[in-house]
Design a binder for this molecule. Sequence first.
Ligand SMILES: CC(C)(COP(=O)(O)OP(=O)(O)OC[C@H]1O[C@@H](n2cnc3c(N)ncnc32)[C@H](O)[C@@H]1OP(=O)(O)O)[C@@H](O)C(=O)NCCC(=O)NCCS
Length: 150
Amino acid sequence: MTVSVCSAEDLPALVASAAALFAEDGGRHDPFMDTSWPDREGPGYYAGLIADPDCLCLLARDGGGHLVGKLSRPDPLRPGVVRAVLESIRVAPERRREGVGGALVDAFLAWARERGANEVSVTAFAGNEPALAFYDSHGFRPFLVTLTRA
Ligand SMILES: CC(C)(COP(=O)(O)OP(=O)(O)OC[C@H]1O[C@@H](n2cnc3c(N)ncnc32)[C@H](O)[C@@H]1OP(=O)(O)O)[C@@H](O)C(=O)NCCC(=O)NCCS
């Protein structure tokens, strides 16, 4: 399995993997999620990320999955923090538990370190237990908790 940075010609594969993530994750855990967003807005949104030097778009080749990461803007309330955000990650169902997700996260962490990040964060649905276990195995620990009610 090869992990590499997306170029413009990888856009359809990136959008397809992001759409599959929306359907599987947002569609399952958030009744308000618009799972048609990637098909509608994804090409423009992800083309912008591929071209942005403060963003990282990775593909695990041969349909294996993707990762999107971003450097956050400085937060004046938290001076001294350089934060990289893992925005989305997905591994194709038939390739899970083979270390593909780990390879994507390792590449993201190396990218973040090279850019001086001293904090790395990710947001996950509380009901997505496999993802929480995956992040825990990579050293991510709860920091902020979002509580909701109708
Ligand atoms: C979360 C996800 C990216 C993990 O990818 P992966 O390639 O299967 O992960 P890895 O093989 O690198 O797993 C590394 C470790 O994470 C943990 N882990 C991964 N999947 C797990 C699961 N389903 N249950 C429990 N622990 C899990 C394990 O400790 C695992 O090590 P092990 O296989 O030696 O036990 C993948 O399951 C996925 O795409 N899920 C659907 C999309 C999703 O939920 N994305 C995250 C949105 S926040």
